[in-house]
Write a protein that binds this ligand. Structure first.
Ligand SMILES: C[S@@+](CC[C@H](N)C(=O)[O-])C[C@H]1O[C@@H](n2cnc3c(N)ncnc32)[C@H](O)[C@@H]1O
Length: 543
């Protein structure tokens, strides 16, 4: 595949429904793009209370705004009116007759919070495989390439996987009106007609809402990055396929972000799986969708039993609420998501006199100069402290940088001279811009003094981060408690709502994200201060 706008985006930028559970670890990788690094530096280095405004200015100067989707740039295009027009009966008939879906133990219903979902019609056991969707009924990149009727097929094949799928969806959507459904040339026309017109994800938000509602949250930058990479991908697609309009392509990407499934048993291939993509996500759920190797059918293996009438849930992966909001357009109520985290970005300070030696030493251990560490309610990874101690250290002899890096990340038992004999205080004063790691071994450099220094840094960083949210905690808590607006059933079915309802939904969901992040930061802050008190009293007692 040719390189495209997506080539430099991280896996986190383009997730699929069921992958994160298997890939998430303490040291989740951050995007290595320089744009993101420079934005993060701005977050960590500024500590004034007017942070919201500063972030806005900083992000604006580093984001390719000319390619960022805006409602005005897309307003000339219309989303095909047929999208969302498929009735429940029409969809059921297509699934059974054309896609050969066997009889199901579930049926489609709609819910106030989640929209359409699948409900058990009979008892389902824990560990049972349900759905049983034939492989012929799914849309993969290969299917898109085979069934696309676009003239420039060779050009289509040169695009990245996500762009091929988005192009195929947009092409099918724009051809929905040409013929009646029974004679439509596109096998998946009925499916596309049944897709929602809107998901509520950040691709649909006015840019001013992205900047206001996510101000202070690290997710602001993920959201802007997502919008910019999708806009660039759309521009790339339209070079060869100008007949596909921007609005429909943007909708297609939105659909991919909220419905694409990575089928691990199919070599990790990405697929749109009609019917399976009607399952809603429940935080903490451990039921995954995958291709069953024996039957070659796509199944959901349940993680609990269900009684008739209960909604059946799937896992979209262990995702924090900010990721759910960015990709799927919803955020669980505060306290409901066990996978919530605050993504703390750390990096080597460019002004550190040892910066390039440290970056090289990290590279030799396959560690980046910019890393992201998850802070959680129940703690933070030890590697964060190791990374910070290395980034902050000021060796008396520059030739020792490599050795220090190994001591921090590799050596199980670092030599005592290295663990204790480093002047961390100087590094700490020189830099508030900190860093992190991925090593599973190694040690915090600098002995007890080092353990104290890195925690003092962490306490500063969490305080700074807390000061960056625009509203008071109480105001955010109040907003987060807001009730989701009632949607008429007809709107729910087609996944669309009035501008006022959409705006109110994103305001509540963004407040839930902000409150969840602030809880984690406050908990980390108090935990770190407690650890500091203990370490300092131990240090005093040992003198
Ligand atoms: C894979 S689709 C699931 C089917 C979808 N509800 C529909 O009507 O087509 C993912 C979308 O469902 C909704 N959704 C899934 N789980 C949810 C939840 N726990 N709370 C609110 N919305 C949810 C979001 O709109 C998300 O973008």
């Amino acid at each position: 595949m040719a390189s495209s706008a997506f080539a430099s985006t991280s896996a986190a930028a383009f997730p699929a429904l069921n992958t994160a559970a298997k890939t998430r670890s303490a040291g989740r990788k951050a995007s290595s793009s320089s744009m993101r690094v420079s934005k993060m530096r701005a977050i960590q280095s500024s500590s004034t209370s007017s942070a919201t405004e500063e972030e806005t200015v900083e992000a604006r100067t580093t984001t390719p705004t000319e390619t960022t989707p805006t409602s005005s740039s897309l307003s000339k295009d219309l989303l095909p009116k047929e999208i969302g027009s498929c009735s429940k009966d029409e969809l059921d008939a297509w699934l059974a007759d054309i896609m050969k879906l066997p009889e199901q133990k579930m049926k489609l219903e709609y819910f106030k919070e989640e929209g359409r979902g699948l409900v058990a019609t009979e008892s389902i056991k824990r560990g049972e495989k349900v759905l049983e969707i034939p492989q012929e009924a799914i849309i993969t990149v290969e299917v898109a390439l085979k069934e696309s009727l676009l003239r420039e097929k060779k050009k289509l094949a040169e695009l990245q996987e996500w762009s091929i799928l988005a192009t195929f969806l947009a092409e099918t959507a724009q051809n929905l009106s040409t013929e009646d459904n029974s004679s439509n040339k596109y096998r998946f026309a009925t499916y596309v007609k049944a897709l929602p017109r809107s998901t509520g994800s950040v691709l649909e938000w006015p840019e001013s809402d992205v900047r206001t509602l996510l101000a202070g949250s690290p997710s602001l930058f993920s959201a802007l990055e997502r919008r910019a990479s999708v806009a660039a991908a759309i521009a790339e697609i339209r070079v060869n396929f100008p007949e596909l309009n921007e609005k429909t392509l943007q909708w297609a990407f939105d659909i991919l972000f909220s419905r694409l499934i990575r089928l691990e048993s199919l070599g990790g291939n990405l697929a749109l799986v009609p019917w399976a993509d009607m399952l809603n996500h429940q935080p903490g759920c451990e039921a995954f969708i995958d291709l069953d190797r024996g039957s070659r059918k796509v199944c959901l293996t349940t993680d609990r039993s269900y009684e008739p009438g209960e909604q059946v849930w799937a896992s979209y992966g262990q995702r924090p609420s900010s990721e759910l909001l960015i990709s799927y357009g919803f955020a669980p109520a505060v306290g409901d998501n066990p996978d919530d985290e605050y993504a703390l970005n750390l990096q080597i300070d460019e002004e550190d006199p040892f910066a390039s030696a440290k970056v090289n030493a990290l590279a030799s251990q396959n560690i980046q100069a910019f890393e992201t560490f998850p802070l959680r309610l129940n703690g933070y990874p030890r590697q964060l402290l190791q990374y910070a101690s290395f980034a902050m250290c000021t060796p008396d002899d520059p030739s020792k940088v490599d050795e220090l890096c190994r001591a921090a990340f590799v050596d199980i038992q670092a030599p005592k001279s290295l663990r204790n004999g480093v002047d961390l205080a100087r590094g700490l004063l020189a830099s508030k811009n900190v860093l992190k790691s991925k090593g599973k071994r190694g040690a915090v450099l600098g002995g007890v003094q080092g353990e104290i220094a890195v925690r003092e840094m962490l306490a500063d960083v969490t305080r700074d981060a807390l000061d960056r949210y625009a509203n008071t905690v109480d105001k955010d808590k109040g907003l987060a408690l807001g009730r989701m607006p009632e949607m008429p059933e007809a709107s729910m079915w087609i996944g669309d709502a009035s501008t006022a309802i959409k705006s109110s939904m994103r305001s509540v969901c963004a407040a839930r994200v902000r409150v969840s992040e602030r809880r984690i930061l406050a908990k980390t802050d108090s935990e770190v201060r407690l650890q500091l008190r203990r370490l300092k009293s131990e240090q005093m007692n040992s003198k």
